[in-house]
Ligand binder design. Structure first.
Ligand SMILES: *[C@@H]1O[C@H](CO)[C@@H](O)[C@H](O)[C@H]1NC(C)=O
Ligand SMILES: *[C@@H]1O[C@H](CO)[C@@H](O)[C@H](O)[C@H]1NC(C)=O
Length: 271
């Protein structure tokens, strides 16, 4: 097994070609409307997104933790979207200050299709709007059904982080399709082939380790890696594992001496 610890942020490494496909569709639509006089008449100056916002009367948003990092942003947006779907409301993202602007920019660069699901408002939450207590503790799931009884036009949840995938059930495929191809090709990372299975493992420690909170033990991670390796071997493939994380020392301990040289080379390049 070859393991290369990398110390940069998790979400930035994902890839899709979704935007290219949309680009092609857009060109086809533009060409169609140019050559078709009827569609030119239909193309008026309505701002459709505004209409959606105005006529779909019930909305939902959440405070979120705009100061935090990309992984949190993706979870918060995916969860707010999942909750909005499950209770039949339209999701709104309020750019309340520069942190929210930064959050929008980062998620728009990494997973543009996700932020596109939200109506964007460049203002603070409406004054006098009630704030609803929801998901105030880390790493628990609270059933959004309790929000169905609320009649407010806009529900503002005071929750943040939303560290449970249960908030966006059965959305794996669609969320992945929102990811954008990164410009950096990460040439020094192994690539999947017919015979090579690339196993990417995100080891999140940081403040979790400092506060003795929800971190995986080395023994657990090693057993999980061995399990995956065995499953992949059954398919006749070889496993290359890439560790991502914020604790290089911990990841080094995890992999022992065998790959130390490679570790240094890869990290020196990427850091
Ligand atoms: C997201 O990025 C695209 C491409 O840079 C840009 O055209 C679009 O306006 C951005 N969306 C928002 C909501 O800022
Ligand atoms: C790593 O190398 C050091 C020094 O050569 C050795 O003492 C240690 O046992 C090795 N650790 C592993 C996990 O192989």
């Amino acid at each position: 097994m070859f393991i290369a610890p990398l110390q940069f942020h998790f979400g930035t490494t994902f890839a899709i070609t979704f935007y290219r496909i949309c680009g092609c569709l857009l060109v086809i639509c533009m060409a169609y409307s140019f050559f078709n006089p009827v569609s030119q008449v239909v193309t008026t100056k309505f701002d459709k997104s505004y209409l959606n916002f105005a006529f779909r009367k019930k909305h939902i948003t959440s405070v979120m933790s705009a100061k935090s990092r990309l992984g949190n942003h993706i979870f918060e947006l995916a969860a707010t979207l999942g909750i909005s779907k499950s209770i039949g409301r339209a999701p709104v993202f309020y750019i309340q200050n520069l942190y929210y602007m930064k959050m929008l920019k980062e998620t728009n660069e990494t997973i543009p299709g996700l932020i596109d699901q939200f109506k964007i408002r460049y203002e603070e939450f409406p004054r006098n709007n009630r704030i609803t207590t929801f998901n105030t503790r880390c790493c628990i799931y609270q059933d959004p059904d309790i929000l169905k009884n609320i009649d407010d036009d806009l529900i503002i949840l005071n929750g943040h982080y939303y560290q449970s995938p249960k908030y966006f059930p059965e959305m794996r495929k669609i969320l992945r399709s929102y990811l954008k191809t990164p410009e950096n090709e990460y040439r020094n990372l192994p690539k999947s082939t017919e015979s090579n299975f690339i196993n990417c493992v995100h080891v999140r420690r940081g403040d979790f380790a400092r506060y003795d909170f929800h971190v995986s033990e080395p023994a657990f991670i090693k057993k999980a890696l061995t399990y995956i390796e065995k499953q992949v071997a059954i398919q006749g493939k070889h496993v290359n594992t890439v560790l991502f994380g914020d604790d290089l020392q911990f990841m080094r301990q995890l992999i022992g001496n065998a790959t130390e040289l490679l570790t240094k080379a890869v990290c020196a390049f990427l850091l």
